[in-house]
Every structure is written in C-alpha cells, then in structure tokens.
Design a protein around this ligand. Structure first.
Ligand SMILES: [Zn+2]
Ligand SMILES: [Zn+2]
Length: 938
C-alpha cells in the first residue's frame, strides 16, 4: 500500500513542496456556513493574525507567535471547528513613510520636493514591490491561514470602515480638536503617542537660573528667585514661576512678579501644591506649551501658552535673538547669554529620563499643538466592563496569563483621551474639511464640495492622517464587512464575530489589544444579532480570549538584541533544521507566562526526533510490503479514527492503544490550557518511549516474517500465524497513522509527507490537516498495569545483566519469585520478556538461588543466571550450522545474480536489494568463520 520514502529525511525538500501545495490548493480557505461552497458544520474558531508591518521581516517573536497560532488553528480545525485564521498586513504609517523617505534622501530628493500626491503614489509603488515579504515567509513556514482573505489596512473596504468609524464618533460628539501637549518628533515631524516614546536615562544637567524679582512698579528689587530646569531653551515660553504655597523660603514672594531673563516679559509667581520643594531650588518655571505638567498648571491658573518651537524643533519666537536656531544650539547660546549677564546661578549634573521617538530615536519634544482626539470615556467604560466579571462571575474576555487583566484594567481606568492625528502623508487622511470663510469644520462620509455650515466652496481637507492603530483597532469588525452589515451581507460577521482568540505579545497590549476592545465593543454593539435582537456586550467584544505569549530569549536567557549580536534569525535556523524541528522546539518550551530560552541544541534534538519518525515509517512500510507477499493487508477502514483492539489481543496491542488514547486525551487537555509544552512533550514521550522503545520491539515478534519470503515458511505455519500477523500489522499501522494526526499541528510538513506516502497517492483527504484529530477515550487500565509489570521485569533483568557484565549477545535463564496473582501475567508474556531482556528461560521459584545477582522490585524478586563460560561443543555446532546457512544463502544469491534472464526481468529495486543482502550475508559468514576458528580445540 505505501510508497517508498527516500532513505534520508530532508526537511527542505519536503517543506518547500507542501508549503506550495497548501497555498495552491487553498486548503485553509474558510467560508461562512450559508455561502455557496460547502463548509464543515460546527462552531467557528476564528483567529486574527496580528498584522505585521508591511515593512516587516520575520523574527523569532513572530515565529513563536505564529507557531502557537498555527498549532491551535490546525488542532481546532482537525477537531471539527470551522477554523479561520485571517492574515494581513498593516500600512504602518511612520515606519513605511520613513522607509520611503530614506530612499528619497538617497536619491537626493525628499517628500516635500515630490509633493503629497506623488509621495503617496511612491509609497504605494514601494508597497506593491516590497511589501508583504513577511507574508511570503509565512507561506514558506506553512501557516494554515486563509490566503484568499488576506487584507491590507489601506484596502478600499477597510478604509471605508475607518472613515465610517471617524464620522460616527464625530457625530456622537466623541471626536474633538484641541490644543494639547503632544510628544513631538522633530525628525518625523509628527505627534506620536505616549506608547511610541521610549524613555532612557541620560546624563544631563540641571541649570539654575536667576529670575529678577520686581517691585510693585515693575523695577528690579535686586533679589532673584532661582529656578532649576533641564531644558533652559524653553524659558523663552515661560509664563510664570511656581513655588509650593507652604515653602518657608519663599513666603515673602507670594503675589510678586518676576522679569523673565533674555525676554523681558513680566511673569507672576504662582502657588501650586504640585511643586516639589525638594526638587532643584523648589521654584519651577512654568512653560505650558512645552511640558505636560506645566500645561495642566496653565489650565488651572488660566495662563497663556507660548509655543517657542516649530515642527523641526527650531526656535520660532518672532523678534527673538534665537529665531531659527535648532533647540540644542539655542540651549547653548541661552546658557552662555545667561552666564554673561550673571543670571546663571549654577550647573549641576543630573540624570534625566529622556523620551525618544521609538522609530527614529530622536529626542521627543513635548510641544503644544492642535490635534484630533477621541473622547475615550464612554468607550473605555465598555472596554473595562468586557474584562471584569459580570453579576454571574462571567467575563466577556478572558486573558491568559490572567495577570494581564489587572494590567489592562489599571491602564484603562487611568486612560487619557486618545490623540489620533498624525502629521504624516501615508495613512488614512482625516475626513474633515476646513472652511476658509466661516472657519468651521465639515466631517463627511463622502468628500464634500462645499462647507456644511456656510455653503462656501473654499474648503480644504485636513492634512493629518489617522494614527495607524485607529485602523488596526477596527480590524476585528472591518475584516468581516463592517460597516456594511446588511441582512444579505452578514454571513461572515455572523459566522466569525466575535473572534475566538487573539494571540499576541505584551508590547502591544495597550496599542492594539485595548483599542480593539474599545472600538469593537463600541461599533459591534450597534450591529443587531442574527435574530434581530440587541447585541449584548458579551457578543460585542472583538475576541473571547486573549493569549499573551512570552518572549523568545537566547540560550542564556538574555533578551535578543542587535547590539548584543545574539539575535537568532528564524529563517536561518529553519534552513538548517527544518520548520518542523524549529516549531517543535518553540512548542516544547511554550507555556503561559514563561519566556523561552531558545537553544539550537534542542532544535538539533527535535530534528533527530523527526528523523526517528521518518525511520519508523520506513520500517513500517517495509513490513506492510512484506505482509503483502504473505497475502496480508490492512483494511483501510481501520485507519482514520482511533484504533481499537479486542480484549483478547496480545498485551502490546492493548497497551499501545490504551497509551495512544491516554496520550491523545492529555494533548487535547494541554492545548485547551495553552500548555504547548506539555502537549509537545507528551507527544514526544509517546513516540520515543512507548512506540519505538517498546511497542516496535515487541511487534516484531508477532510479525516475524521470514527473511526469504513466503516460500521459506511452511504453509501450515503461515496459516496459523496469519490472523495474528494481520492483527499486529493493523494495530501497528493504525496507531502510527493516528499518531501522525496527533503530531500534525506541531510538525505539519513531516506528517503530511509520511501520511501521503502511507496512502500511496490515494489519501482519504487532500491533506492530513483536513482529517480528524485524535480524541482519547478512557480505556481500561489493565493493559497498562500488566505492561508496567512486564516492563519492570525486563528493566530489572537488563540492569542486572549490566551489573554482572553479561555479554550483549548472551541469552540467559532467569529466576523470578512472584506472587500467585501476578505470575500468570508474566507467563502470558514470556515471549516478550525473552526477546526484550535476552532471556533463555524463566524459572518460577519460591526462593532465589543463593549466590546469584538479584534485584528486588515491589512485586517480585529476580535473578540472572549467568556464567562467563562457553560450551565449546555447543558453540561449535551453532557456528557450523550458521556457516552452512550463510553459504546456502550466498549460493542462492549468486545463482540469481548470475541469471541474465532474472536480471533482465527483475525491477532494479529487487536486484539492488539482493546485492545488499548478499553483501550482508557475506559479512555474517566471515564473522562466523572467524569465531569458529577462534574456538579452543578441546
Ligand atoms: Zn521620529
Ligand atoms: Zn464655512
């Protein structure tokens, strides 16, 4: 039945082939149940791939994340769920724009030179050419996603969703425009969110500056109030100096005014509880346009805000001596000028926590600007309720590990309004138009030609685009057709929303997970249920489960980083060991909340594991071929489900089937709990231990096909052995076939290859991934208990033999003392003990013979009878008989190989096999002859 597998396991050849096949055959496409094409019935399992940046390349974190998703999706699909894993890429506003801007710089051009329209066209061209390379990598790694549904966040339909969401929130009064302190990147020339700012400790200075105190007439009193600042250049925008109301040093300054050095402006001394008396001098300058705390203070005291920098971080105070200077050049000049005027009281070393742009590493400038915001509160309330238990103690969204729920809720309860505008050209342009006549704003679903307020045609579209996370936050609803969910057009939404699970990293918990929850609950909540009823929160959420995966670290548990040079490139490792071995390595260490120390040695080990499965398959196929010569075949109906054997079957058959059931039950249970490690290790142990070390060794006893084919075995013997051989072969093949299915989500390529070979071009499905996942049922454990006893006996005998230095090939009698109840178990399995422990005879005794090496186990005592003596005449007789046999074999082979007629007709494979057999026999003959010559002559 099966076709031959190549002798050596070569993952590269197998994997390229199947990866291409899975994509070409669209094997993992999934449609909603009531659409035209047939789909499996049952519950959906929907999982959204966290869309990698279109500029991205696969790294180890992706590899882990995707292996985990693929294992779960393949497992759920094989378990009968309508499984959909949906792939796509993110337009990644800043990253992609930067990439193309760098190209332009290299060409001596810039986006400004190109102009907005041409620049955006250029980015699209870049995207068409280079974008999505990471998805090609995913294809090669065999991710079982539905490629027909691949999306890009700037696709037409997804852009419609973005626009609808913006307009709807605006209509609901939840979008506003306001002056706000934002994190400004002078390089990227855009506001960036708090989350995109990386804080780093930096050695800097604390400059102490004297502000002259004025009298009632506005004249210098000769006294100074000294303020401390880390950013002296911002003093150009100072509007006050704040002190703590109870600071005894400054009580006499309450109500006084100061003269701002270098500028000359009069500014008040204000009292604020917020001021820390211990920091610096206890007096702080107030610059509302350039510091978030000062901005808040400015609001409290109704102070003006003076913006002193432009988009590029250059001073833009009209008439100032510093106009046009870069912020750091201005800083130096200002400090020098203050010193020259005797107003610099001191410079102290100071370690500062400085915010940098996550993209370009430029120091972020807190800066006042006009931005678009989402009023977050009503959205956040729903998003909190979705994660907290309801009155029945049920949560609409569950996190694994659970601790992230707390992190999430804590963040959500302290959330600020979300600044959604970015000063970029690449992205979803905000659908708002400014009127040059009435200065009001028109927000519209369709591009307007006139102002909605005054009818003027002098309107221009907002230049800002939306934060990338605004569109990716909508993905769970938008990929299933929102906002166009109509009676005729809702099959996808009904079948796949809410999605079942989100697998993602901690780093985007707030960026993405939280925003999907807010936007999902808000917008899906308006979509009625299929029966027309109102959608409750539990069905509005974008996903029911969130699994936060761990980090992949290096073998020494260090974080991988380019600077440390310890980054493991998944593609390189895959080339070396195969995708299956890498996936298995990650799975074998993946469990909730535990980082993975990626060690190539383990991957090497799992490559060997794959190789072992390959060789077992070859052994199995060889026996199937052999059996066919004896007229024995496996009924195909025995395959594809869970093997069963009757209670009279030999021990090893009952045992391996019971083991398989127990293994399958444990694997399913482990996967339910995201214990990939337990699942993988259980799968590994079963094969390496139970199947190969024990079962295969024992089953050879039952098959026992003579080397020389059916002619060499008497017909009567063949007849009596036939039923046992068929049963043994059936169990062997059906257990192995079920095991392939059990392993398939973990090693999809290897199992696909062997499974197809097993069915030799006539498989019951297009892929093993579309067959049924093994489910274990509780089986009677008598076989397990009986086998344990037999294994114990064999184990003790093997240990004893080692201790007394018995020769490897020596077959020895043993003595065993065992109670009456257990004795029949050993007796029934005499053949197994004899074969696996090299036992000549089992003697049941009441007491072990004194002087023998013995071991005591819980249920028995055992001794090995062995003397290092050779029975010379017996040995001579045995060797002589062997030599005769080998010589006969050689002669037969020589006759066949010398027969031209035979050679002309026989398949090359047969001739090759014969030659090999001849060579082996020759070797055995030579060894036997040498042994005979070495025997002492009496
Ligand atoms: Zn930047
Ligand atoms: Zn107008």
């Amino acid at each position: 039945m099966p076709h031959d597998l190549p002798k050596a396991y070569d993952p590269t050849a197998i994997e390229d082939h199947w990866a291409e096949y899975w994509v070409r055959e669209n094997l993992f496409a999934q449609s909603a149940p009531d659409s035209a094409s047939a789909t499996p019935s049952g519950e959906s399992f929907t999982i959204l791939l966290p869309p990698p940046n279109v500029t991205g390349r696969l790294h180890m974190g992706h590899m882990l994340n995707q292996a985990e998703m693929d294992i779960l999706t393949r497992w759920r699909r094989m378990s009968g769920r309508r499984a959909l894993w949906l792939p796509g890429t993110d337009h990644a506003g800043i990253a992609t724009q930067m990439m193309v801007e760098r190209q332009l710089t290299a060409e001596g051009s810039s986006r400004q030179q190109l102009g907005r329209e041409a620049f955006v066209e250029r980015v699209w061209a870049w995207k068409r050419h280079y974008g999505g390379a990471i998805l090609d990598q995913m294809k090669r790694l065999g991710a079982s996603v539905d490629w027909q549904r691949e999306y890009f966040t700037m696709d037409e339909n997804l852009s419609v969703a973005v626009r609808e969401a913006f307009v709807r929130l605006h209509e609901q009064g939840l979008i506003y425009r306001g002056a706000y302190i934002v994190n400004w990147c002078p390089r990227c020339q855009t506001a960036i969110s708090d989350l995109e700012v990386v804080h780093e400790e930096q050695k800097g200075h604390l400059w102490e500056i004297r502000y002259p105190v004025l009298d009632a007439e506005g004249k210098d009193t000769g006294e100074f109030l000294t303020v401390a600042t880390t950013r002296p250049e911002t003093m150009l925008g100072d509007v006050a100096v704040a002190i703590h109301p109870e600071d005894e040093r400054y009580l006499h300054l309450h109500g006084k005014k100061l003269r701002l050095p270098l500028v000359g402006r009069e500014i008040p001394v204000i009292l604020d509880e917020w001021v820390s008396r211990d920091f610096g001098t206890g007096a702080v300058k107030v610059t509302p346009a350039h510091d978030p705390n000062d901005f808040a203070m400015g609001q409290r005291y109704n102070l003006p805000s003076i913006n002193v920098m432009d988009d590029q971080g250059k001073i833009n105070v009209k008439g100032s001596a510093y106009l046009g200077l870069d912020r750091y050049v201005a800083r130096k000049r200002i400090v020098a000028d203050l010193e020259a005027q005797g107003l610099l009281a001191g410079i102290k070393d100071h370690t500062n926590n400085v915010g940098h742009c996550d993209r370009c590493k430029t120091v972020v400038e807190p800066r006042l600007s006009t931005q678009w915001f989402v009023k977050i509160q009503p959205l956040a309330d729903k998003a909190i309720a979705a994660v907290k238990p309801d009155e029945n103690g049920k949560k609409a969204i569950n996190f694994t590990p659970e601790q992230y729920e707390k992190t999430y809720i804590n963040w959500m309860e302290n959330i600020h309004d979300w600044c959604i505008s970015r000063q970029l050209w690449w992205g979803h342009r905000i659908p708002a138009w400014h009127c040059a006549d009435c200065h009001k704003i028109t927000v519209a679903r369709q591009d307007p030609t006139a102002c909605a307020h005054c009818g003027s045609a002098k309107i221009t579209q907002e230049t800002d685009v939306l934060d990338t996370w605004f569109s990716s936050g909508l993905l769970p609803v938008s990929v299933f057709g929102w906002p166009n969910i109509t009676a005729e057009n809702r099959a996808d939404f009904d079948a796949f929303y809410p999605t079942s699970l989100l697998v993602t990293g901690f780093d985007i918990l707030f960026f993405w997970v939280a925003r999907m929850i807010m936007l999902g609950c808000w917008f899906a909540g308006d979509v009625p249920m299929p029966d027309g009823s109102k959608r409750e929160l539990k069905d509005s959420v974008p996903f029911r489960e969130v699994y936060i995966h761990a980090l992949v670290r290096d073998a020494n548990r260090e974080k991988m980083s380019k600077t440390k040079g310890n980054v493991v490139d998944p593609i390189e490792i895959v080339k070396q060991y195969g995708t299956d071995a890498v996936r298995f390595t990650l799975a074998s260490m993946a469990s909730p909340g535990t980082d993975i120390a990626f060690n190539v040695a383990r991957t090497e080990g799992y490559r060997a594991f794959a190789n072992k499965i390959w060789n077992a398959a070859r052994f199995l196929f060889m026996n199937v071929d052999k059996a066919a010569e004896f007229g024995i075949t496996v009924d195909p109906a025995a395959l594809g489900g869970m093997p069963a054997v009757d209670e009279n079957a030999p021990l090893e058959a009952r045992w391996i089937v019971a083991e398989l059931h127990a293994t399958a039950a444990k694997v399913n249970q482990s996967l339910e709990n995201y214990r990939y490690d337990d699942a993988a290790n259980t799968i590994y142990q079963f094969f390496w231990g139970s199947f190969c070390d024990w079962y295969l060794e024992i089953v050879k006893l039952r098959l026992d096909f003579p080397m020389d084919g059916p002619e060499s075995e008497p017909a009567s013997e063949q007849a009596s052995k036939s039923a046992g051989r068929k049963a043994a072969l059936t169990t062997l093949v059906s257990v192995f076939e079920a095991y392939l299915r059990l392993l398939s989500p973990f090693m999809p390529f290897l199992t696909e290859e062997i499974w197809h070979a097993l069915y030799d071009g006539n498989p019951p499905a297009k892929s093993i991934a579309l067959t049924q996942y093994p489910r274990g049922i509780a089986t009677p454990d008598e076989a397990l208990a009986e086998m344990t006893l037999v294994q114990d006996v064999i184990g003790e005998v093997r240990a004893l033999r080692k201790e007394i230095g018995a020769e490897e090939k020596a077959v020895t009698p043993i003595e065993i003392r065992i109670n009456e109840q257990l004795r029949p178990l050993v007796q029934r399995n005499t053949a197994i003990v004899e074969r696996l422990a090299r036992v000549a005879e089992i003697r049941y005794v009441a007491d072990l013979t004194a002087g023998l090496a013995k071991h005591s186990a819980a249920n028995f005592d055992v001794a090995v009878i062995y003397e290092r003596t050779i029975d010379v005449p017996a040995e001579r007789a045995r060797l002589t008989k062997d030599i005769e046999k080998f010589e006969k074999g050689m002669a037969a082979a020589a006759r066949q190989l010398g027969n031209d007629g035979f050679l002309a007709k026989a398949p090359a494979k047969v001739v090759e096999g014969l030659k090999k057999q001849e060579a082996e026999t020759r070797l055995l003959l030579e060894k036997a002859q040498a042994a005979l010559a070495a025997l002492p002559t009496n």
